[in-house]
Write a protein that binds this ligand. Structure first.
Ligand code: AMP
Length: 638
């Protein structure tokens, strides 16, 4: 074990490692930190030899990877490769899985989002949303957990390629405001990806770790910080106290459906209306046009963080009509001001819950790509009476960085750091009158175990039903039902005589377990919430693990085909070169012609064939034919 050292430079002092370092790391057992974002994901690892966190670049050299998965006639793509082809394959390019995970199909936010997604989502028999894609000519239905698991696999592979060794353990981050179902579902995605999810931690808490380590260089003994984390899909705010390596979350608040994509959606809506007005055409039912418009809007939004006006030019957007327009920063702000204000309301609520006022906050730290929006920064700064915002930690990487630190803490590679987190939502059961009886109030430190007594509501009641809810409404209809369970076989007794101890336990991942005990009989029963809406049953997870292996095997097969095709093309190229080199010397005109004809024949064959239908051995056969011919010609002249 080592004390974490603060050799952190501008971007966390991240360095590109040399081959020797990769080799040095080979024998180690690595645990990685994954920020599984709505729009982008990021992976980091603690490099023990160098006492430092490394943000790992992907195969494209990028430090963040699009959370996008695509399916085609021949392959299944994840990350940059999926994003790069999405305009051409909009209905089979899936993004935003994080907005579906752990939710039901009938959830109002799912219904609203679906209108703007170019891909199809349907409900299964249990009201679970299923994404419909076409893969290799067949229709496939996938749960959000499966899409997320594919992104997790990609992040693991990025880490493995860098570390040169297999990785199994990971800490995965979730928005602090994710509820029980969303956390469970994220863990399930990890299981499907073949990962051992050591811990699920909250994104703002991870960002606080990154901040704490980055800032410790300035040697402050105790600080209250507010993390304002506005990403692509979610908003979280947390107030923490940092003292002598203890990171204690005092309160957290947020929204699981508030982020950059909502700002993009407002722009998309705005331009759909403008297009309708200008060209009398409605693009809202055309997935491809919507996808192209959304991409242009996202780019325009980024531009508006640096400029006061930007153009949008999309050739042939719909029905052969080009779309040329412009948008000012002021207009963009006007379209989104209510959403920006909502973030500030949540900041105030978080401060109130933490029992702190604005002046007791020493630092306001911003993370998440959407905090680059000048208006968001200005409103936040104004709220804190002009206090300078802390922007020196990398907005896109801080969360993965913190996750990797947590992984190192769990591996006991880093000591003297402790994280104390809280439950974001109150948890309780329904009592008579549809009232929520809270067992664990929100912002209770986790892990925790709390009990409450319940009794019967009529004489000789032999069964008691418990409906478990989360949320802040006093009426259960305003809260989210996590599941229901029953206690049966209660010995008959007058009402309010039997006593049941209901125990709620939240583990370090923020995941809930409930148990109950009949105090009279002493009979205990551990209850698992079976009817956890939106959750995957165990058999489905098993099936998805098998599918993930199938995808892996098919991807590998596809890679082998591509490699075989590349090898054949390279050989054709080399053959032509040798024919040219020998031109005018020993090689006869007839042999030159033979080589050219053979090479042209291969080119034509390659143009004609569909990669999907060609087996590697067909490439090998062609290669064999070609090599035999080539060698026979060359041996004549040597
Ligand atoms: P994150 O989830 O933290 O990776 O944030 C991604 C979100 O940040 C996306 O919605 C991006 O469009 C948004 N974003 C990234 N850069 C900027 C920028 N310069 N201005 C406005 N939004 C941005």
């Amino acid at each position: 074990m080592t004390d974490i050292e603060l050799e952190l430079g501008s971007k966390f002092g991240v360095h590109f490692w040399t081959e020797s370092l990769r080799m040095a790391g080979k024998s180690e057992d690595f645990s990685i930190g994954i920020d599984l974002g709505t729009t982008y994901s990021c992976v980091a690892v603690w490099m023990e030899h160098h006492n430092r966190i490394e943000i790992i670049t992907n195969d494209q050299g990028n430090r963040i990877t699009p959370s996008c998965v695509a399916f085609s006639d021949s392959e299944h793509l994840v990350g940059d490769a999926a994003k790069n082809q999405e305009a051409l394959n909009a209905t089979n390019s899936i993004f935003d899985a994080k907005r579906l995970i752990g939710r039901t199909f009938s959830d109002t936010s799912v219904q609203r989002d679906m209108r703007l997604w170019p891909f199809k989502v349907i409900a299964d028999a249990n009201d679970k949303p299923m994404i419909v894609v076409e893969y290799k000519g067949e229709e496939k239905k996938l749960a959000a957990e499966e899409i997320s698991s594919m992104i997790l696999v990609k992040m693991r592979e990025i880490a493995e390629a860098f570390l040169g060794s297999a990785v199994r353990n990971a800490v995965v981050t979730v928005p602090a405001y994710f509820n029980d179902s969303q956390r469970q579902a994220t863990k399930d995605a990890g299981v499907i990806a073949g990962l051992n999810v050591m811990r699920v931690i909250n994104e703002p808490t991870a960002a606080a770790l990154a901040y704490g380590l980055h800032h410790k260089a300035a040697t402050v003994s105790e600080e209250n910080i507010l993390i304002f984390d506005l990403g692509g899909g979610t908003f979280d705010v947390s107030v923490l106290n940092i003292k002598e390596g203890i990171f204690e979350v005092k309160a957290t608040a947020g929204h699981t459906h508030l982020g950059g994509e909502d700002f993009d959606n407002r722009m998309v809506d705005h331009f759909v209306k403008e297009f309708r007005k200008k060209h009398k055409k409605d693009i809202s039912g055309n997935p491809k046009a919507l996808r192209r418009l959304r991409t242009a809007c996202e780019r325009a939004k980024r531009n508006l963080s640096a400029r006061s006006e930007t153009d949008i030019v999309i050739d042939c957007l719909f029905d052969g009509t080009d779309f040329r327009t412009a948008i000012t920063r002021a207009r963009f702000e006007e379209l989104n001001i209510d959403l920006f204000r909502k973030c500030l309301e949540l900041v105030e609520r978080c401060l109130k819950d933490a029992k702190m006022n604005k002046s007791s906050i020493d630092r306001v730290v911003v993370v998440g790509g959407s905090t680059r929006i000048p208006k968001v920064q200005q409103l936040l700064q104004d709220l804190f009476n002009g206090k300078e915002l802390y922007k020196r930690i990398n907005q896109d990487e801080a969360v993965a960085y913190g996750a990797a630190v947590q992984a190192a803490i769990l591996d006991e590679k880093v000591r003297n750091l402790t994280l104390l987190d809280v439950a974001p939502l109150s948890l309780g059961v329904e009592v008579v009158g549809g009232i929520m009886s809270v067992v664990i109030p929100r912002n209770t430190r986790i892990p925790t175990r709390m009990e409450k007594q319940f009794t019967t509501s009529y004489d000789n009641q032999v069964t008691v039903k418990f409906d478990v809810y989360e949320g802040e409404g006093t009426q259960i209809e305003d809260n989210n039902c996590l599941g229901k369970f029953e206690l049966r076989g209660i010995p008959p007794a007058p009402m309010e005589v039997p006593q049941f101890n209901v125990c709620f336990e939240i583990d370090r991942n923020g995941i809930l377990n409930v148990s109950a005990e009949d105090k009279r009989t002493g009979q205990k029963s551990a209850i698992t919430i079976t009817n956890n809406r939106g959750r995957l049953p165990k058999e489905d997870i098993k099936r998805m693990v098998e599918s993930a292996e199938m995808y892996k095997a098919e991807d590998e097969k596809h890679m082998r085909k591509i490699e075989a095709k590349n090898a054949l093309q390279n050989y054709v190229y080399k053959m032509r070169e040798t024919a040219k080199e020998k031109n005018g010397s020993k090689l006869s005109k007839a042999d030159q012609k033979k080589i050219e004809n053979a090479a042209d024949g291969i080119d034509q064959w390659l143009d004609k064939i569909q990669l999907a239908q060609v087996f590697e051995y067909q490439f090998e056969d062609k290669m064999y034919e070609l090599k035999t011919l080539h060698t026979s010609i060359l041996t004549k002249i040597n």
